[in-house]
Design a protein around this ligand. Structure first.
Ligand code: BGC
Length: 404
């Protein structure tokens, strides 16, 4: 199992004595400011800009940001990439945005190219949290700060981590199941459940799984919840690359092996929307029962929101990734301006967010200062909350589309 919760197995093959990084004694300032690093000849450095006009954004007019996203095949990263790119550009930065097709080797290359291109700061959502050491070591050598975006990179070159509270995402899914089925008052009723988790290479996947399982474990122990397939441990239920077809195939196998005899399925815990999409498809086409199955998710992908309207998926844990990029931009500006980075920065975000110096480690014992946003439960009953963010519109048919 590659899941990495705090205190769990952690890679020790980390680079030593980096000046910038979670493992560098929580240094909050790059050893070299962007002014000292290779800056594009025609661009003012953030430091220059500060001196010119203290009222301007910290790094307006200068600085190049490398934005490395994992893949365009999973909906959310398209939104993350677009928001980050737009927001950094609007703040006066040059940007280089890449998607690495879920191929870690390509992501290393993409980041190396950004460093060769003279980026002043990297924002990286890792495909595999353990596979970026070559690129991270080069970033550290070049004194380029790295913001680990959404997914933690297990390398001490990472300066800061911006994400949602990943454990809480899973906890919300588990608690939703507990509350919706009123498990505390279930008496002798037994609900049958199956589980689909995320990509073992993604450091987040273990947090989602554990948050949900911690909420459900008392009911599994009491027998109120019963996993008919017996497949409960993370490795048995994980989904490589969060792939919808992989989740679909496993769900079809589980349904044909354990539910074809008419056994009722009540719940399918899915860690996110791309896996929930595959599971919902399998339940729709391959489940013999006629009851509606409670299916969880995460993200608010368009296809899943449609499934929620249609009653095929029950909930999603929504994470406002536009806000995640707002926090990332504010943090990047503060890093490049050499500001002190601690919880005093949070009010300037205008977004609910915790500064957490305990929960995440880039290597054993090396805590990574993290800014963690707050996720929310979305069901059929509060879809309007998404429309109210301004990031979705609702059509006459009641379906939501991402507003561009
Ligand atoms: C993200 C989730 C997403 C999953 C697959 C995770 O790292 O936090 O929001 O559903 O990756 O893209």
């Amino acid at each position: 199992m590659k899941r990495k919760l705090l205190g769990a197995l952690l890679s020790t093959a980390m680079v030593a004595s980096l000046t910038v990084g979670c493992g560098g004694g929580n240094d909050t300032t790059p050893a070299d400011t962007p002014a000292d690093t290779e800056a594009p000849a025609d661009a003012e450095t953030p430091a220059d800009n500060e001196a010119d006009d203290a009222s301007a954004p910290a790094a307006a007019g200068g600085g190049k940001i490398g934005i490395s996203m994992p893949t365009q095949s999973l909906e959310r990263w398209n939104r993350d990439g677009a928001y980050l790119d737009e927001q950094f550009k609007a703040a006066g930065f040059e940007t280089v945005l890449t998607y690495s097709d879920n191929d870690s080797g390509k992501q290393v290359n993409d980041i190396q190219n950004m460093l060769a291109d003279g980026v002043n700061l990297l924002v990286v959502a890792a495909i595999d949290g353990e596979a970026l050491n070559t690129a991270m070591n080069e970033a550290a050598e070049a004194n380029v700060p790295v913001i680990s975006y959404d997914r933690l990179i297990l390398n001490d070159a990472v300066s800061y981590y911006v994400s949602f509270d990943n454990y809480t995402v899973g906890k919300l899914q588990g608690e939703f199941i507990v509350d919706t089925l009123d498990l505390a008052n279930a008496g002798d009723t037994v609900y049958n459940m199956e589980i689909t988790a995320g990509d073992p290479a993604d450091n987040n996947a273990g947090y989602f799984y554990q948050g949900a399982m911690d909420a459900l474990q008392p009911y599994l122990d009491a027998g109120t919840l019963n996993v008919v397939s017996g497949q409960t441990d993370f490795d048995s239920v994980a989904t490589a690359q969060w792939n919808t077809d992989t989740a679909l195939e496993r769900a079809q196998n589980v349904l044909s092996s354990y539910y074809a005899d008419g056994t009722q399925l009540d719940v399918w815990l899915c860690s996110n929307d791309s896996t929930a999409l595959g599971v919902a498809q399998a339940v729709t086409s391959d489940y013999a029962g006629s009851n509606s199955v409670l299916i969880t998710g995460q993200d608010g992908d368009e296809a899943n929101l449609k499934n929620i309207v249609d009653g095929v998926q029950t909930m999603t844990v929504y994470k406002n990734v536009s806000n995640e990029s707002v926090v990332t931009l504010a943090l990047a500006k503060a890093i490049l301006a050499g500001d002190t980075i601690d919880d005093s920065l949070v009010p300037s975000f205008g977004i609910e967010c915790a500064f957490d110096t305990e929960s995440y480690e880039t290597s054993e014992g090396n805590k990574c200062p993290s800014f963690l946003l707050v996720p929310n439960v979305i069901t059929k009953d509060n879809l309007q909350d998404l429309v109210d963010t301004g990031l979705y519109t609702m059509g006459d048919d009641g379906y939501l589309s991402a507003a561009n």
